[in-house]
Design a protein around this ligand. Structure first.
Ligand SMILES: O=P(O)(O)OC[C@@]1(O)O[C@H](CO)[C@@H](O)[C@@H]1O
Length: 405
């Protein structure tokens, strides 16, 4: 197995005005604070805390989590282990962008009283937006379209559902706040890498050549709730129905994160949405409901899923989870950044090299919404650079399916 590149590329920081990472820290985060402030009738104490965070976004520094932030102290201990003491006092713009962003969301939860004690303990500040998206007419349309898939051969249905999950990643409420917009479609193909054949080779359908001794286990590291989680669950349901997997471990976040990231509550909302939709969607919803009750689908909410660190720093128990899977599929841009390392890799750096540390076969389904990218062939990189789309890395108009056996 190739080794992770011996000389890692520079870590992405948010310290360059005009860059995407800087814009996220300086513009998107304040917009998110205002959005939360307007979405809840918060008491003066909470509003003051939000205003303090808003002020900090512009020119503040990383501050330790206040003692009240976490009555048990367990989460503060984790954050200390994750670098909070090292970075405390330093500008948001001078620490790794991944770390700064993740710490912002943890501070936002403090500001709204998510960790309590108090009336807002456990209330997801992003829930109104998540539910609005789940109940949107577009969701009805996407679920109704499932009725037409039944006529397709199983492998075409599988491909359609895989792409539904892939492009579902554009349904990202935080991203839309500063979506640089899909500029004029250039020459470059929307899919900049496609290892789907490799992924399918790991999850053969019943009755095909490759007969597995034990049913395959899929570890799916989910990303956003709503209109991304629904297609993810539809793919899971299809893989179970076709015998491509016998068991699914669904990783979601233990608490709200990056605006739309899915929590266990969001899994329940999405399954209920499917069951209530009628038609083919309801069949998927009922299959998932049964699979959750009989243990074929297991939901995990590991603390490291909300860590400000790359997966290369994952703890042993999570490493064991991934190692036990036939394949681990990571959804979305943030998980991609954490999987390959949020660094200025040359785009042609082999995906296999930057994921060499990962236990077991791994795949990524991601729309490009931030600067990091690996695993492109030189021709694709050249086409993207020549495409007339200056923001091809961050606009969400391109996506990739990458896999390492
Ligand atoms: O993981 P997701 O939901 O696909 O994207 C997360 C994201 O919105 O957050 C970061 C910018 O704030 C980027 O990684 C990306 O744009």
């Amino acid at each position: 197995m190739p080794d992770t590149p011996s000389v890692p590329a520079p870590v992405i920081l948010g310290n360059e005005p005009g860059s995407f990472p800087h814009g996220v820290l300086a513009e998107r985060h304040p917009a998110i604070v205002r959005q939360v402030r307007d979405a809840f009738p918060l008491d003066p104490g909470r509003r003051e805390a939000l205003d303090a965070l808003l002020a900090s976004c512009a020119d503040g520094v990383v501050e330790p989590l206040p003692a009240a932030a976490d009555p048990t102290g367990r989460d503060r201990d984790r954050w200390s282990h994750w670098g909070m003491d090292e970075y405390a006092g330093r500008s948001w713009y001078d620490v790794p962008w991944l770390w700064a962003e993740s710490h912002f969301y943890r501070r936002l939860l403090d500001a709204v009283g998510y960790f309590g004690p108090g009336p807002w303990q456990g209330v997801d500040p992003f829930r109104p937006a998540k539910l609005a998206e789940l109940d949107a007419p577009e969701t009805d349309e996407e679920l109704a379209a499932l009725d037409g898939l039944g006529e397709l051969p199983a492998d075409e249905r599988a491909r359609a559902l895989l792409h539904g999950s892939l492009w579902g990643n554009r349904a990202d409420l935080g991203f839309r706040l500063s979506d640089r917009g899909a500029g004029p479609r250039g020459e470059a193909e929307p899919l900049v890498a496609d290892d789907s054949d490799t992924l399918w080779s790991l999850l053969p359908a019943r009755g095909t050549g490759a007969v597995r001794q034990d049913p395959a286990t899929l570890c799916l590291v989910a990303d956003n709730a709503g209109r991304e989680l629904v297609p993810d669950l539809l793919l899971v349901s299809h893989l179970l129905a076709e015998g491509r997997v016998g068991r699914v471990v669904l990783h979601v976040k233990p608490y709200p994160y990056y605006v739309s990231d899915a929590t266990p509550t969001d899994v329940l909302d999405a399954v209920r949405r499917l069951v209530a939709a009628g038609g083919t969607a309801a069949g998927h919803g009922e299959r998932l409901w049964t699979a959750l009750t009989d243990g074929r689908v297991v939901v995990r909410a590991h603390p490291f899923s909300c860590a400000p660190l790359p997966y290369a720093d994952m703890p042993g128990d999570l490493r064991e989870d991934f190692a036990a899977a036939t394949v681990t599929v990571l959804k979305g841009d943030l998980n991609y950044r954490r999987l390959v390392g949020d660094r200025w890799w040359p785009p042609t750096t082999p995906f296999a090299d930057v994921t060499a540390y990962f236990p077991g076969p791994v795949a990524a389904l991601r729309t490009l919404k931030s600067d990091v990218v690996t695993g492109l062939d030189a021709k694709t990189e050249a086409a993207l650079e020549a495409s007339g789309e200056p923001h091809w890395r961050t606009s969400g108009t391109h996506a990739l399916i990458q896999a390492r056996v």
